[in-house]
Write a protein that binds this ligand. Structure first.
Ligand code: M6R
Length: 609
Protein backbone atom coordinates (compact mmCIF):
# COMPACT_ATOMS: atom_id res chain seq x y z
CA UNK A 1 0.00 0.00 0.00
CA UNK A 2 1.68 3.20 -1.14
CA UNK A 3 5.29 3.35 -2.26
CA UNK A 4 7.85 5.75 -0.83
CA UNK A 5 11.23 6.71 -2.30
CA UNK A 6 13.56 9.37 -0.96
CA UNK A 7 17.00 10.55 -2.04
CA UNK A 8 19.75 12.75 -0.61
CA UNK A 9 23.10 13.04 -2.33
CA UNK A 10 25.35 14.77 -4.80
CA UNK A 11 23.14 13.98 -7.76
CA UNK A 12 19.86 15.48 -8.88
CA UNK A 13 17.13 13.75 -6.88
CA UNK A 14 14.29 13.79 -9.44
CA UNK A 15 15.48 11.01 -11.82
CA UNK A 16 16.18 8.69 -8.86
CA UNK A 17 12.81 9.45 -7.34
CA UNK A 18 10.92 8.79 -10.55
CA UNK A 19 12.77 5.56 -11.30
CA UNK A 20 12.14 4.43 -7.74
CA UNK A 21 8.44 5.25 -7.98
CA UNK A 22 8.12 3.28 -11.21
CA UNK A 23 9.56 0.25 -9.45
CA UNK A 24 7.21 0.73 -6.51
CA UNK A 25 4.10 1.48 -8.50
CA UNK A 26 2.82 -2.03 -7.80
CA UNK A 27 2.24 -0.86 -4.22
CA UNK A 28 -0.35 1.75 -5.18
CA UNK A 29 -1.07 3.60 -8.37
CA UNK A 30 -3.95 6.02 -8.07
CA UNK A 31 -1.90 9.22 -7.68
CA UNK A 32 1.73 10.21 -7.26
CA UNK A 33 3.96 13.11 -6.34
CA UNK A 34 7.47 14.41 -5.70
CA UNK A 35 8.91 17.17 -3.51
CA UNK A 36 12.48 18.49 -3.63
CA UNK A 37 14.30 21.51 -2.23
CA UNK A 38 15.94 24.02 -4.53
CA UNK A 39 17.43 27.36 -3.45
CA UNK A 40 15.83 26.99 -0.04
CA UNK A 41 12.31 26.53 -1.49
CA UNK A 42 10.23 23.36 -1.50
CA UNK A 43 9.33 22.32 -5.06
CA UNK A 44 6.22 20.17 -5.45
CA UNK A 45 4.74 18.23 -8.34
CA UNK A 46 1.69 15.97 -7.84
CA UNK A 47 -0.78 14.28 -10.12
CA UNK A 48 -3.79 11.99 -9.98
CA UNK A 49 -3.12 8.78 -11.93
CA UNK A 50 0.15 7.08 -12.75
CA UNK A 51 3.81 7.97 -12.12
CA UNK A 52 4.18 8.36 -15.90
CA UNK A 53 2.32 11.64 -15.59
CA UNK A 54 5.05 13.12 -13.39
CA UNK A 55 7.53 12.91 -16.26
CA UNK A 56 6.35 16.12 -17.93
CA UNK A 57 8.14 18.20 -15.27
CA UNK A 58 11.62 17.95 -13.75
CA UNK A 59 12.11 19.43 -10.31
CA UNK A 60 15.66 20.55 -9.46
CA UNK A 61 17.21 19.69 -6.10
CA UNK A 62 19.58 17.22 -4.45
CA UNK A 63 17.20 16.07 -1.73
CA UNK A 64 13.70 14.82 -2.35
CA UNK A 65 10.84 12.53 -1.36
CA UNK A 66 8.23 10.86 -3.54
CA UNK A 67 5.16 8.72 -3.21
CA UNK A 68 2.76 6.58 -5.19
CA UNK A 69 -0.59 6.29 -3.46
CA UNK A 70 -3.34 3.79 -2.74
CA UNK A 71 -6.11 5.98 -1.41
CA UNK A 72 -7.43 5.48 2.11
CA UNK A 73 -8.60 8.94 3.21
CA UNK A 74 -10.11 10.92 0.37
CA UNK A 75 -10.30 10.17 -3.36
CA UNK A 76 -7.23 10.06 -5.63
CA UNK A 77 -7.05 13.78 -6.44
CA UNK A 78 -4.06 16.07 -6.84
CA UNK A 79 -4.73 17.66 -3.44
CA UNK A 80 -4.88 14.30 -1.70
CA UNK A 81 -1.73 13.00 -3.43
CA UNK A 82 1.49 13.00 -1.38
CA UNK A 83 3.87 14.68 -0.55
CA UNK A 84 1.96 16.99 1.78
CA UNK A 85 3.39 20.29 2.93
CA UNK A 86 2.85 22.07 6.20
CA UNK A 87 1.15 25.43 5.97
CA UNK A 88 4.41 27.38 5.98
CA UNK A 89 5.65 25.25 3.04
CA UNK A 90 8.80 24.38 4.97
CA UNK A 91 8.25 20.69 5.76
CA UNK A 92 7.29 18.06 3.18
CA UNK A 93 6.21 14.55 4.13
CA UNK A 94 5.16 11.25 2.54
CA UNK A 95 3.33 8.56 4.47
CA UNK A 96 2.28 4.96 4.10
CA UNK A 97 -0.22 3.69 6.68
CA UNK A 98 -3.16 5.13 8.59
CA UNK A 99 -3.28 7.69 11.38
CA UNK A 100 -6.27 6.47 13.36
CA UNK A 101 -6.74 9.56 15.57
CA UNK A 102 -6.32 12.01 12.70
CA UNK A 103 -9.79 13.57 13.08
CA UNK A 104 -9.11 14.46 16.71
CA UNK A 105 -5.62 15.81 15.92
CA UNK A 106 -6.98 17.78 12.98
CA UNK A 107 -9.57 19.42 15.24
CA UNK A 108 -6.89 20.35 17.77
CA UNK A 109 -4.69 21.86 15.06
CA UNK A 110 -7.62 23.78 13.56
CA UNK A 111 -8.22 25.32 16.98
CA UNK A 112 -4.59 26.49 16.84
CA UNK A 113 -5.26 28.17 13.48
CA UNK A 114 -4.08 25.46 11.06
CA UNK A 115 -5.96 25.07 7.80
CA UNK A 116 -6.02 21.94 5.66
CA UNK A 117 -5.95 21.46 1.89
CA UNK A 118 -6.62 17.73 1.67
CA UNK A 119 -8.89 15.02 3.10
CA UNK A 120 -5.92 12.92 4.17
CA UNK A 121 -4.74 11.76 7.56
CA UNK A 122 -1.19 12.47 6.38
CA UNK A 123 -1.61 16.22 6.24
CA UNK A 124 -2.35 16.17 9.97
CA UNK A 125 1.06 14.63 10.56
CA UNK A 126 2.98 17.26 8.62
CA UNK A 127 1.07 20.11 10.28
CA UNK A 128 1.72 18.54 13.65
CA UNK A 129 5.43 18.43 12.85
CA UNK A 130 5.24 22.06 11.85
CA UNK A 131 3.62 22.88 15.17
CA UNK A 132 6.38 21.14 17.14
CA UNK A 133 9.12 22.51 14.88
CA UNK A 134 7.90 25.98 15.82
CA UNK A 135 8.61 25.08 19.44
CA UNK A 136 11.94 23.21 19.02
CA UNK A 137 13.49 24.31 15.71
CA UNK A 138 14.69 20.74 15.47
CA UNK A 139 13.28 18.28 12.92
CA UNK A 140 14.08 15.16 14.89
CA UNK A 141 12.37 16.55 17.98
CA UNK A 142 9.39 17.68 15.91
CA UNK A 143 9.09 14.21 14.42
CA UNK A 144 9.40 12.49 17.81
CA UNK A 145 6.81 14.73 19.42
CA UNK A 146 4.39 14.37 16.52
CA UNK A 147 4.71 10.59 16.56
CA UNK A 148 4.08 10.46 20.30
CA UNK A 149 0.69 12.08 19.64
CA UNK A 150 -0.22 9.70 16.86
CA UNK A 151 -2.17 6.43 17.08
CA UNK A 152 -1.84 4.24 14.01
CA UNK A 153 0.59 2.79 11.51
CA UNK A 154 3.16 4.61 9.48
CA UNK A 155 6.19 4.54 7.29
CA UNK A 156 7.11 8.19 6.76
CA UNK A 157 9.87 10.27 5.26
CA UNK A 158 10.06 14.04 5.68
CA UNK A 159 12.48 16.89 5.14
CA UNK A 160 12.70 20.56 6.11
CA UNK A 161 13.69 23.11 3.48
CA UNK A 162 16.58 24.41 5.64
CA UNK A 163 17.99 21.02 6.67
CA UNK A 164 19.78 18.74 4.13
CA UNK A 165 18.67 15.52 5.82
CA UNK A 166 15.87 13.01 5.42
CA UNK A 167 13.87 12.07 8.53
CA UNK A 168 12.22 8.66 8.37
CA UNK A 169 10.21 6.63 10.87
CA UNK A 170 8.31 3.39 10.81
CA UNK A 171 5.64 1.61 12.77
CA UNK A 172 3.80 -1.11 10.94
CA UNK A 173 4.76 -0.04 7.39
CA UNK A 174 8.10 -1.12 5.94
CA UNK A 175 11.02 1.24 5.32
CA UNK A 176 14.54 0.47 4.26
CA UNK A 177 17.59 2.73 4.10
CA UNK A 178 19.89 2.29 1.08
CA UNK A 179 23.52 3.24 1.64
CA UNK A 180 25.40 4.56 -1.39
CA UNK A 181 28.53 6.60 -2.11
CA UNK A 182 27.86 10.27 -1.44
CA UNK A 183 24.18 9.47 -1.67
CA UNK A 184 21.67 7.65 0.48
CA UNK A 185 18.12 6.48 -0.03
CA UNK A 186 15.02 5.59 1.93
CA UNK A 187 12.24 3.51 0.38
CA UNK A 188 9.39 1.13 1.11
CA UNK A 189 11.17 -1.57 -0.87
CA UNK A 190 14.86 -1.82 -1.90
CA UNK A 191 13.78 -2.36 -5.52
CA UNK A 192 13.44 1.42 -5.65
CA UNK A 193 17.20 2.03 -5.46
CA UNK A 194 18.72 -1.31 -6.39
CA UNK A 195 20.60 0.00 -9.41
CA UNK A 196 22.44 2.47 -7.13
CA UNK A 197 23.18 0.33 -4.09
CA UNK A 198 22.65 -3.11 -2.58
CA UNK A 199 23.70 -2.09 0.93
CA UNK A 200 20.58 -1.78 3.09
CA UNK A 201 19.36 -1.36 6.63
CA UNK A 202 15.81 -2.42 7.42
CA UNK A 203 14.16 -0.16 9.96
CA UNK A 204 12.24 -1.76 12.80
CA UNK A 205 9.03 -0.53 14.37
CA UNK A 206 9.48 2.73 16.27
CA UNK A 207 12.85 3.40 14.60
CA UNK A 208 13.72 6.90 13.47
CA UNK A 209 16.39 7.32 10.78
CA UNK A 210 18.17 10.60 10.17
CA UNK A 211 19.85 10.29 6.78
CA UNK A 212 22.27 12.74 5.18
CA UNK A 213 24.22 12.22 1.96
CA UNK A 214 27.25 10.70 3.73
CA UNK A 215 25.84 9.38 6.95
CA UNK A 216 22.88 7.98 8.82
CA UNK A 217 21.79 7.56 12.41
CA UNK A 218 19.15 5.14 13.62
CA UNK A 219 17.41 5.99 16.84
CA UNK A 220 14.33 4.68 18.54
CA UNK A 221 11.15 6.35 19.69
CA UNK A 222 11.33 4.16 22.77
CA UNK A 223 14.73 5.36 24.00
CA UNK A 224 16.23 8.81 24.57
CA UNK A 225 16.99 11.04 21.63
CA UNK A 226 20.74 10.98 22.30
CA UNK A 227 21.04 7.24 21.98
CA UNK A 228 21.58 5.48 18.63
CA UNK A 229 20.35 1.91 18.11
CA UNK A 230 22.24 -0.68 16.11
CA UNK A 231 20.66 -2.13 12.97
CA UNK A 232 22.72 -4.59 10.98
CA UNK A 233 23.63 -3.65 7.45
CA UNK A 234 22.58 -6.28 4.93
CA UNK A 235 23.29 -6.86 1.27
CA UNK A 236 20.52 -7.50 -1.25
CA UNK A 237 21.33 -10.65 -3.18
CA UNK A 238 18.50 -10.73 -5.70
CA UNK A 239 18.95 -9.45 -9.19
CA UNK A 240 17.49 -6.30 -10.69
CA UNK A 241 16.08 -8.38 -13.56
CA UNK A 242 13.69 -9.94 -11.06
CA UNK A 243 11.95 -6.58 -10.63
CA UNK A 244 11.82 -5.85 -14.36
CA UNK A 245 9.62 -7.34 -17.07
CA UNK A 246 12.44 -8.85 -19.15
CA UNK A 247 10.50 -8.68 -22.41
CA UNK A 248 7.19 -9.97 -21.03
CA UNK A 249 4.12 -7.83 -21.64
CA UNK A 250 3.16 -7.99 -17.98
CA UNK A 251 4.80 -8.87 -14.67
CA UNK A 252 1.97 -11.34 -14.07
CA UNK A 253 2.84 -13.34 -17.20
CA UNK A 254 6.55 -13.18 -16.37
CA UNK A 255 5.87 -14.43 -12.86
CA UNK A 256 3.62 -17.25 -14.10
CA UNK A 257 6.28 -18.31 -16.59
CA UNK A 258 9.14 -18.20 -14.10
CA UNK A 259 7.50 -20.65 -11.70
CA UNK A 260 9.75 -23.57 -12.65
CA UNK A 261 12.67 -21.38 -11.53
CA UNK A 262 11.00 -20.00 -8.40
CA UNK A 263 10.06 -23.53 -7.33
CA UNK A 264 13.66 -24.69 -7.88
CA UNK A 265 14.74 -21.95 -5.49
CA UNK A 266 12.17 -23.07 -2.96
CA UNK A 267 13.41 -26.66 -3.20
CA UNK A 268 17.11 -25.83 -3.32
CA UNK A 269 19.10 -27.24 -0.45
CA UNK A 270 16.05 -28.61 1.31
CA UNK A 271 16.05 -32.17 0.08
CA UNK A 272 18.64 -34.83 0.69
CA UNK A 273 17.63 -37.56 -1.71
CA UNK A 274 20.39 -39.94 -0.65
CA UNK A 275 19.19 -40.11 2.92
CA UNK A 276 15.60 -39.15 2.16
CA UNK A 277 15.85 -36.31 4.64
CA UNK A 278 14.29 -32.89 4.61
CA UNK A 279 16.82 -30.20 5.37
CA UNK A 280 14.33 -27.72 6.75
CA UNK A 281 14.84 -26.54 10.28
CA UNK A 282 11.75 -25.81 12.27
CA UNK A 283 12.82 -23.85 15.26
CA UNK A 284 10.27 -25.28 17.67
CA UNK A 285 11.06 -27.57 20.61
CA UNK A 286 10.45 -31.23 19.81
CA UNK A 287 8.36 -31.76 22.98
CA UNK A 288 6.11 -28.85 21.91
CA UNK A 289 5.63 -30.28 18.41
CA UNK A 290 4.91 -33.73 19.81
CA UNK A 291 2.23 -32.42 22.14
CA UNK A 292 0.47 -30.25 19.56
CA UNK A 293 -3.27 -30.79 19.61
CA UNK A 294 -4.35 -27.86 17.42
CA UNK A 295 -2.82 -25.59 14.81
CA UNK A 296 -4.24 -22.31 13.47
CA UNK A 297 -3.23 -20.97 10.08
CA UNK A 298 -3.93 -17.31 9.52
CA UNK A 299 -3.48 -15.35 6.27
CA UNK A 300 -5.23 -13.16 3.70
CA UNK A 301 -6.24 -13.59 0.06
CA UNK A 302 -4.19 -16.05 -1.96
CA UNK A 303 -2.07 -16.89 1.07
CA UNK A 304 -5.22 -17.95 2.92
CA UNK A 305 -6.04 -20.33 0.07
CA UNK A 306 -2.57 -21.85 0.31
CA UNK A 307 -3.40 -22.23 4.01
CA UNK A 308 -6.17 -24.70 3.11
CA UNK A 309 -3.59 -26.84 1.35
CA UNK A 310 -1.49 -26.66 4.53
CA UNK A 311 -4.49 -27.80 6.54
CA UNK A 312 -5.06 -30.72 4.17
CA UNK A 313 -1.43 -31.81 4.41
CA UNK A 314 -1.01 -31.50 8.18
CA UNK A 315 -4.31 -33.24 8.88
CA UNK A 316 -3.43 -35.97 6.38
CA UNK A 317 0.04 -36.68 7.80
CA UNK A 318 -0.30 -35.87 11.48
CA UNK A 319 -4.04 -35.93 12.19
CA UNK A 320 -3.72 -32.67 14.11
CA UNK A 321 -6.84 -30.52 13.67
CA UNK A 322 -5.95 -27.36 11.74
CA UNK A 323 -8.22 -24.34 11.60
CA UNK A 324 -7.79 -21.78 8.82
CA UNK A 325 -8.97 -18.20 9.23
CA UNK A 326 -8.57 -14.99 7.31
CA UNK A 327 -6.47 -12.71 9.47
CA UNK A 328 -8.98 -9.84 9.53
CA UNK A 329 -11.44 -12.18 11.29
CA UNK A 330 -9.04 -14.11 13.45
CA UNK A 331 -7.40 -11.09 15.05
CA UNK A 332 -10.74 -9.80 16.36
CA UNK A 333 -12.48 -13.04 17.28
CA UNK A 334 -10.82 -13.35 20.66
CA UNK A 335 -8.97 -16.40 19.33
CA UNK A 336 -8.71 -19.46 21.51
CA UNK A 337 -4.95 -20.02 21.54
CA UNK A 338 -2.36 -20.37 24.24
CA UNK A 339 1.17 -21.56 25.00
CA UNK A 340 0.38 -25.11 23.84
CA UNK A 341 -0.68 -23.97 20.37
CA UNK A 342 1.04 -23.19 17.10
CA UNK A 343 -0.12 -20.30 14.92
CA UNK A 344 1.17 -20.34 11.35
CA UNK A 345 1.07 -17.12 9.32
CA UNK A 346 1.42 -17.21 5.55
CA UNK A 347 2.29 -14.09 3.61
CA UNK A 348 4.06 -13.23 0.39
CA UNK A 349 4.96 -9.72 1.48
CA UNK A 350 5.39 -10.39 5.19
CA UNK A 351 3.84 -6.95 5.72
CA UNK A 352 0.07 -7.47 5.36
CA UNK A 353 -1.40 -5.46 8.22
CA UNK A 354 -4.10 -7.94 9.24
CA UNK A 355 -1.75 -10.93 9.19
CA UNK A 356 0.92 -9.02 11.08
CA UNK A 357 -1.62 -7.99 13.71
CA UNK A 358 -2.82 -11.60 13.97
CA UNK A 359 0.76 -12.74 14.51
CA UNK A 360 1.18 -10.20 17.30
CA UNK A 361 -2.11 -11.27 18.85
CA UNK A 362 -0.99 -14.92 18.76
CA UNK A 363 2.27 -14.02 20.48
CA UNK A 364 0.42 -11.94 23.05
CA UNK A 365 -1.68 -14.99 23.91
CA UNK A 366 1.51 -16.98 24.41
CA UNK A 367 1.18 -19.16 21.29
CA UNK A 368 4.26 -20.12 19.31
CA UNK A 369 4.41 -18.81 15.77
CA UNK A 370 5.74 -19.96 12.46
CA UNK A 371 5.81 -18.02 9.18
CA UNK A 372 5.71 -19.13 5.57
CA UNK A 373 6.99 -15.95 3.97
CA UNK A 374 8.49 -14.71 0.73
CA UNK A 375 10.05 -11.33 1.50
CA UNK A 376 13.28 -11.83 3.38
CA UNK A 377 13.68 -9.48 6.33
CA UNK A 378 10.01 -8.40 6.26
CA UNK A 379 8.20 -7.54 9.50
CA UNK A 380 6.62 -10.98 9.86
CA UNK A 381 9.88 -12.72 9.01
CA UNK A 382 11.51 -10.87 11.86
CA UNK A 383 8.75 -11.45 14.37
CA UNK A 384 7.91 -15.14 13.97
CA UNK A 385 9.50 -17.70 16.28
CA UNK A 386 10.36 -19.89 13.34
CA UNK A 387 9.89 -19.68 9.61
CA UNK A 388 10.27 -21.08 6.14
CA UNK A 389 11.07 -18.73 3.30
CA UNK A 390 9.56 -19.65 -0.05
CA UNK A 391 12.39 -17.93 -2.00
CA UNK A 392 10.13 -17.02 -4.93
CA UNK A 393 11.95 -13.73 -5.53
CA UNK A 394 10.18 -10.37 -5.80
CA UNK A 395 6.55 -10.69 -6.89
CA UNK A 396 5.45 -7.46 -8.57
CA UNK A 397 2.14 -8.32 -10.28
CA UNK A 398 -0.73 -7.53 -7.92
CA UNK A 399 -2.22 -10.93 -8.69
CA UNK A 400 -0.17 -13.40 -6.71
CA UNK A 401 1.04 -16.38 -8.77
CA UNK A 402 4.50 -17.73 -8.02
CA UNK A 403 3.99 -16.97 -4.33
CA UNK A 404 1.03 -19.40 -4.22
CA UNK A 405 2.95 -22.32 -5.73
CA UNK A 406 5.95 -21.53 -3.53
CA UNK A 407 3.73 -21.44 -0.45
CA UNK A 408 2.28 -24.84 -1.32
CA UNK A 409 5.74 -26.36 -1.73
CA UNK A 410 6.89 -24.81 1.56
CA UNK A 411 3.75 -26.10 3.29
CA UNK A 412 4.56 -29.58 1.99
CA UNK A 413 7.98 -29.31 3.63
CA UNK A 414 6.44 -27.99 6.80
CA UNK A 415 3.81 -30.74 7.04
CA UNK A 416 6.39 -33.43 6.35
CA UNK A 417 8.87 -32.00 8.84
CA UNK A 418 6.23 -31.76 11.56
CA UNK A 419 5.23 -35.35 10.83
CA UNK A 420 8.88 -36.41 10.99
CA UNK A 421 9.42 -34.66 14.32
CA UNK A 422 6.29 -36.28 15.72
CA UNK A 423 7.08 -39.65 14.12
CA UNK A 424 3.69 -39.64 12.39
CA UNK A 425 5.16 -40.85 9.08
CA UNK A 426 7.58 -43.60 8.29
CA UNK A 427 10.87 -42.64 6.64
CA UNK A 428 9.79 -44.31 3.34
CA UNK A 429 6.62 -42.21 3.27
CA UNK A 430 8.58 -38.99 3.71
CA UNK A 431 11.04 -40.08 1.03
CA UNK A 432 8.22 -40.81 -1.40
CA UNK A 433 6.66 -37.40 -0.81
CA UNK A 434 9.89 -35.49 -1.30
CA UNK A 435 10.70 -37.42 -4.46
CA UNK A 436 7.38 -36.16 -5.82
CA UNK A 437 8.03 -32.61 -4.61
CA UNK A 438 11.34 -32.56 -6.43
CA UNK A 439 9.54 -33.04 -9.73
CA UNK A 440 7.38 -29.91 -9.42
CA UNK A 441 9.55 -27.53 -11.54
CA UNK A 442 9.52 -30.00 -14.43
CA UNK A 443 5.78 -30.66 -14.07
CA UNK A 444 5.00 -26.95 -14.00
CA UNK A 445 7.08 -26.51 -17.17
CA UNK A 446 4.87 -29.00 -18.94
CA UNK A 447 1.71 -27.16 -17.72
CA UNK A 448 3.05 -23.86 -19.07
CA UNK A 449 3.42 -25.36 -22.55
CA UNK A 450 -0.37 -25.45 -22.75
CA UNK A 451 -0.54 -21.63 -22.80
CA UNK A 452 -1.71 -21.31 -26.47
CA UNK A 453 -4.63 -23.72 -25.90
CA UNK A 454 -5.58 -21.92 -22.67
CA UNK A 455 -5.54 -18.59 -24.51
CA UNK A 456 -8.06 -20.07 -26.94
CA UNK A 457 -10.37 -21.18 -24.09
CA UNK A 458 -10.03 -17.71 -22.56
CA UNK A 459 -11.36 -16.17 -25.76
CA UNK A 460 -14.46 -18.37 -25.41
CA UNK A 461 -15.34 -17.11 -21.92
CA UNK A 462 -14.10 -13.52 -22.04
CA UNK A 463 -17.63 -12.10 -22.21
CA UNK A 464 -19.08 -14.26 -19.44
CA UNK A 465 -20.97 -12.41 -16.71
CA UNK A 466 -19.99 -14.91 -14.06
CA UNK A 467 -17.82 -18.01 -13.70
CA UNK A 468 -17.93 -20.76 -11.06
CA UNK A 469 -14.92 -22.72 -9.85
CA UNK A 470 -15.89 -25.93 -8.11
CA UNK A 471 -13.63 -28.39 -6.32
CA UNK A 472 -13.40 -30.77 -3.44
CA UNK A 473 -10.80 -31.81 -0.91
CA UNK A 474 -7.41 -30.33 -1.64
CA UNK A 475 -8.73 -28.88 -4.90
CA UNK A 476 -11.25 -26.71 -3.11
CA UNK A 477 -8.21 -24.53 -2.36
CA UNK A 478 -7.35 -24.55 -6.07
CA UNK A 479 -10.93 -23.50 -6.91
CA UNK A 480 -10.67 -20.65 -4.38
CA UNK A 481 -7.46 -19.41 -5.93
CA UNK A 482 -8.74 -19.79 -9.51
CA UNK A 483 -11.83 -17.70 -8.73
CA UNK A 484 -9.78 -14.97 -7.03
CA UNK A 485 -7.32 -14.76 -9.93
CA UNK A 486 -10.09 -14.33 -12.48
CA UNK A 487 -12.13 -11.76 -10.57
CA UNK A 488 -9.25 -9.54 -9.49
CA UNK A 489 -7.73 -9.00 -12.91
CA UNK A 490 -10.62 -9.46 -15.36
CA UNK A 491 -13.43 -8.02 -13.18
CA UNK A 492 -15.66 -10.95 -14.16
CA UNK A 493 -17.69 -12.07 -11.20
CA UNK A 494 -16.34 -15.46 -10.13
CA UNK A 495 -17.04 -17.65 -7.15
CA UNK A 496 -15.74 -20.91 -5.78
CA UNK A 497 -17.94 -23.56 -4.28
CA UNK A 498 -17.24 -26.93 -2.75
CA UNK A 499 -18.56 -29.04 -5.64
CA UNK A 500 -20.92 -30.93 -3.34
CA UNK A 501 -22.58 -27.68 -2.26
CA UNK A 502 -23.74 -26.77 -5.77
CA UNK A 503 -26.98 -28.70 -5.36
CA UNK A 504 -27.75 -26.85 -2.12
CA UNK A 505 -28.26 -23.52 -3.86
CA UNK A 506 -25.68 -22.20 -6.32
CA UNK A 507 -26.83 -24.57 -9.08
CA UNK A 508 -29.94 -22.35 -9.36
CA UNK A 509 -27.75 -19.77 -11.09
CA UNK A 510 -26.62 -22.07 -13.88
CA UNK A 511 -28.03 -21.50 -17.32
CA UNK A 512 -26.90 -22.51 -20.81
CA UNK A 513 -23.35 -21.35 -21.50
CA UNK A 514 -22.49 -20.49 -17.84
CA UNK A 515 -18.76 -21.33 -17.45
CA UNK A 516 -17.97 -23.80 -14.66
CA UNK A 517 -14.32 -24.70 -14.04
CA UNK A 518 -13.56 -27.98 -12.34
CA UNK A 519 -10.84 -30.59 -11.76
CA UNK A 520 -10.44 -34.16 -12.99
CA UNK A 521 -7.35 -35.78 -11.52
CA UNK A 522 -6.96 -39.56 -11.44
CA UNK A 523 -5.23 -39.50 -8.04
CA UNK A 524 -7.79 -37.24 -6.48
CA UNK A 525 -9.58 -39.17 -3.71
CA UNK A 526 -12.70 -37.21 -4.79
CA UNK A 527 -12.36 -38.17 -8.48
CA UNK A 528 -15.70 -39.98 -8.85
CA UNK A 529 -17.57 -37.32 -6.89
CA UNK A 530 -16.12 -34.63 -9.13
CA UNK A 531 -17.38 -36.40 -12.20
CA UNK A 532 -20.92 -36.43 -10.77
CA UNK A 533 -20.73 -32.68 -10.09
CA UNK A 534 -19.62 -32.07 -13.68
CA UNK A 535 -22.53 -34.11 -14.98
CA UNK A 536 -25.01 -32.20 -12.80
CA UNK A 537 -23.72 -28.86 -14.10
CA UNK A 538 -23.61 -30.11 -17.68
CA UNK A 539 -27.22 -31.22 -17.40
CA UNK A 540 -28.13 -27.54 -16.73
CA UNK A 541 -26.30 -26.41 -19.88
CA UNK A 542 -23.12 -25.12 -18.18
CA UNK A 543 -20.00 -24.62 -20.29
CA UNK A 544 -17.65 -27.04 -18.55
CA UNK A 545 -13.93 -26.29 -18.40
CA UNK A 546 -12.10 -29.26 -16.92
CA UNK A 547 -8.56 -29.09 -15.65
CA UNK A 548 -7.78 -32.73 -16.36
CA UNK A 549 -4.86 -35.14 -16.31
CA UNK A 550 -6.49 -37.63 -18.68
CA UNK A 551 -9.27 -37.78 -21.19
CA UNK A 552 -11.88 -40.51 -21.39
CA UNK A 553 -15.32 -40.92 -22.85
CA UNK A 554 -17.12 -39.52 -19.77
CA UNK A 555 -14.98 -36.41 -19.82
CA UNK A 556 -15.25 -35.75 -23.56
CA UNK A 557 -19.01 -36.11 -23.44
CA UNK A 558 -19.29 -33.59 -20.58
CA UNK A 559 -16.42 -31.10 -20.93
CA UNK A 560 -16.58 -28.25 -23.42
CA UNK A 561 -12.91 -27.41 -22.91
CA UNK A 562 -10.07 -29.36 -21.35
CA UNK A 563 -6.99 -27.75 -19.80
CA UNK A 564 -4.40 -30.54 -19.74
CA UNK A 565 -2.17 -31.13 -16.73
CA UNK A 566 0.14 -34.04 -15.81
CA UNK A 567 -0.91 -36.75 -13.37
CA UNK A 568 0.42 -36.09 -9.87
CA UNK A 569 -0.42 -37.25 -6.35
CA UNK A 570 -3.04 -35.29 -4.40
CA UNK A 571 -0.40 -33.32 -2.46
CA UNK A 572 0.85 -31.65 -5.64
CA UNK A 573 -2.48 -31.12 -7.38
CA UNK A 574 -3.01 -27.52 -6.21
CA UNK A 575 0.38 -26.58 -7.72
CA UNK A 576 -0.23 -28.28 -11.03
CA UNK A 577 -3.92 -27.40 -11.37
CA UNK A 578 -3.48 -23.74 -10.51
CA UNK A 579 -1.12 -23.07 -13.45
CA UNK A 580 -3.82 -23.30 -16.15
CA UNK A 581 -6.11 -21.19 -13.96
CA UNK A 582 -3.49 -18.46 -13.63
CA UNK A 583 -3.05 -18.48 -17.41
CA UNK A 584 -6.81 -18.55 -17.98
CA UNK A 585 -7.30 -15.49 -15.78
CA UNK A 586 -4.39 -13.73 -17.48
CA UNK A 587 -5.64 -14.36 -21.02
CA UNK A 588 -9.25 -13.47 -20.17
CA UNK A 589 -8.07 -10.15 -18.69
CA UNK A 590 -5.84 -9.56 -21.72
CA UNK A 591 -8.73 -10.20 -24.10
CA UNK A 592 -10.87 -7.75 -22.12
CA UNK A 593 -8.18 -5.06 -22.25
CA UNK A 594 -7.76 -4.89 -18.47
CA UNK A 595 -4.79 -3.35 -16.65
CA UNK A 596 -3.37 -6.69 -15.62
CA UNK A 597 -0.50 -5.72 -13.32
CA UNK A 598 -2.40 -2.91 -11.63
CA UNK A 599 -6.04 -3.95 -11.35
CA UNK A 600 -8.49 -1.29 -10.24
CA UNK A 601 -8.87 -0.58 -6.52
CA UNK A 602 -6.13 -3.02 -5.53
CA UNK A 603 -2.54 -2.74 -4.36
CA UNK A 604 0.13 -5.37 -3.93
CA UNK A 605 0.90 -5.08 -0.29
CA UNK A 606 -2.01 -4.30 2.00
CA UNK A 607 -0.32 -2.57 4.91
CA UNK A 608 -3.48 -0.88 6.15
CA UNK A 609 -6.37 -2.48 7.93
O1 M6R B 1 1.43 -10.46 0.99
P1 M6R B 1 0.33 -11.37 1.45
O2 M6R B 1 0.50 -12.76 0.95
O3 M6R B 1 0.11 -11.32 2.91
O4 M6R B 1 -0.96 -10.78 0.73
C1 M6R B 1 -2.22 -11.32 0.95
C2 M6R B 1 -3.23 -10.83 -0.05
O5 M6R B 1 -3.34 -9.44 0.01
C3 M6R B 1 -2.87 -11.24 -1.48
O6 M6R B 1 -2.70 -12.61 -1.61
C4 M6R B 1 -3.98 -10.77 -2.46
O7 M6R B 1 -5.14 -11.48 -2.23
C5 M6R B 1 -3.53 -10.91 -3.92
N1 M6R B 1 -4.03 -9.82 -4.69
C6 M6R B 1 -4.00 -12.16 -4.56
O8 M6R B 1 -3.68 -12.27 -5.89
Amino acid sequence: MCGITAYVGDGQAYPYLLKGLERLEYRGYDSAGVATVNNGQVQLHKTPGKVEQLKSTVLPGKIGISHTRWATHGPPTKDNAHPHLCQTNSIALVHNGIIENYAQLRGQLQEKGYTFKSDTDTEVLVQLMNYYYGKTYNMEMALRKALHDVVGAYGIVAFHKDDPRLYAARKGSPLVVGIGDNENFVASDPAAFLDSTRRVLYLEDEDIAVVSKNDYEIKSLCVGEEECVHRTEESIDWDLSSVEKNGFEHFMLKEIMEQPESLKHCLAGRIDLTTGGIKVTIDLPEHFVKRLSKISIVACGTSSYAAYVGKYLIEKYSRIPVEVDVASEWRYKNPIVGPEDLVIVISQSGETADTLAALREAKKQGARSLGVINVVGSSMAREVDSGIYIHAGPEIGVASTKAFTGQVVALNFLALRLAEMRKDLRHEEVLLAIQELEKTPELVTSCLKEAPEIKEVASQIKDAKSVFFIGRGVNLATAMEGALKLKEISYIHSEFFPAGEMKHGPIALLEPGFPVVTFVNKNDPMYEKNLSSIQEAKARGAFIIAVADHVDAVLTSNADAILHVPTVPDILQPIINVIPLQLLAYYVALARGCEIDQPRNLAKSVTVE
